[in-house]
Design a protein around this ligand. Structure first.
Ligand code: HEM
Length: 388
């Protein structure tokens, strides 16, 4: 697996067998951001972007990037000084065509330790679904597992930061606090592999340990748009090193994660004036151009802490959200973000529901309803191994 991942990442950074990135300084945040919206609009040119604004290279060891790869492998990488312990594969890797979001509540009578033992062997289950000796970028599965605060406290003790998700309510809607014990985020270009992984994981858990679970399968819509038609992920960090910095707690290699299920209101999306919706988001729908004079209630202004043009961001997260659902029943955005500090989520959520100090709520809540949400801790690989 390690060699395949090195091939994939060779043009931007090395991914060592222990999962750490070694930057080769080939990408910078500003250049990648500037190019992303335009590239998505130019998807006719054959540029492929994953659901949260990342390019996917379809080139593998047999592809045209081989010379670069060989050169990269024989050039000794420079280790970045403060690399955190290795995080799980889902945390800051690029997106794929599909994701599995598996949200599990365990029974109060279940043994958390026994459940955690299965979770700690997630990579073994991934390897059972996709033979590590054979897989390539198209069927590989990048997976990670996280735990709710009560569950993790029982199996491992304390995290460095507390991550309790409070119920929130604002003038445009509420954010229920749904709890949960174990959460799996897995990405693959083959949705069937994700389905298999979910089946296998649920089957591997101790008998009678599951109270309830929900498995959601997402897809890339129109090369990286949300179902509202807006490009999602424009301001996400695209370089591996930047994503790692934002998503991973330096001391532990762990990551705090927010998950929220949003159901879109297609009556609003299909009938509201395009200009009004652009004002709600703070970006143009066609190419994600930032609106220079935006409302303080626009989504971008809420998330960045102000309505200035290219407002400096006080906090950042790595978003890996993707569309899900069916036309017949319900559809929307499965929101998932990773951060080194759960405060970053708190800052954003408070500003969405009018609890950010200025009393304003986020207009994005006019087109979508939040029905479920919570926080998780995704331990580093070594922390996870201790639970086995
Ligand atoms: C229905 C729910 C949501 C939808 C449809 C949505 C959609 C979008 C869109 C279209 C953008 C602009 C393009 C981009 O930079 O990606 C955006 C930006 C962003 N969103 Fe959301 N979003 C939703 C919920 C959330 C939530 C719950 C959070 C945080 C907890 C969040 C955090 C952000 C951040 C940090 C940005 C980047 C702001 C910037 O730096 O300009 N979003 N979102």
């Amino acid at each position: 697996m390690a060699s395949i991942r090195i091939f994939r990442a060779a043009s931007r950074s090395f991914l060592l067998s222990n999962g750490q990135a070694v930057s080769r300084q080939l990408s910078t945040k500003s250049s990648s951001i500037k190019s992303r919206g335009a590239l998505l609009v130019g998807s006719a040119l054959g540029v492929s972007i994953a659901g949260y604004g990342l390019y996917k290279s379809k080139t593998n060891s047999a592809g045209k990037d081989l010379s670069k790869t060989v050169q990269a492998i024989f050039t000794p990488p420079t280790l970045s000084a403060a690399a955190p312990p290795a995080s799980q594969p889902s945390v800051w890797s690029p997106g794929k065509d599909h994701a599995l979001y598996l949200w599990i509540h365990v029974k109060p009578t279940a043994s958390p330790r026994e459940v955690a033992k299965v979770a700690a062997k997630l990579q073994k289950l991934v390897d059972a679904v996709v033979d590590p000796a054979l897989k390539d970028e198209d069927d590989e599965v990048l997976a990670g597992v996280g735990f709710g605060p009560n569950f993790y406290a029982q199996v491992s003790g304390k995290t460095r930061k507390s991550y309790v998700y409070p119920y929130r309510k604002g003038s445009l809607g509420e954010m229920p606090s749904s709890g949960g014990d174990v959460f799996i985020h897995a990405k693959s270009n083959q949705i069937s592999k994700l389905f298999e992984l979910c089946q296998l994981f649920i089957k591997s858990l101790p008998k009678d340990s599951v109270e309830s679970f929900e498995d959601i399968y997402s897809f890339v819509y129109q090369n990286g748009r949300d179902l509202s038609g807006f490009i999602d992920g424009t301001e996400n960090r695209a370089d591996d090193e930047g994503r790692q910095q934002v998503a991973v707690e330096k001391e532990t290699g762990g990551s705090y994660v927010i998950t929220q299920k949003w159901i879109h209101d297609f009556n609003v999306i299909n009938n509201e004036k395009p200009k009004t919706m652009e004002a709600w988001v703070g970006r143009e729908r066609g190419d994600s151009t930032e609106i220079s004079k935006k409302s303080i209630t626009s989504h971008v202004a809420r998330m960045t802490g102000g309505n200035g043009f290219e407002q400096p961001k006080p906090v950042e997260i790595v978003r890996q959200s993707m569309p899900f659902g069916t036309v017949g029943k319900e559809a929307g955005l499965f929101f998932i973000g990773y951060a080194a500090d759960p405060y970053n989520f708190e800052f954003m959520l408070d500003r969405m529901v009018g609890a950010g100090g200025d009393g304003h709520s986020d207009d994005i809540m006019r087109l979508s309803k939040n029905v479920k949400g919570t926080y998780w801790y995704f331990p580093s690989q070594s922390e996870l191994a201790k639970l086995a």
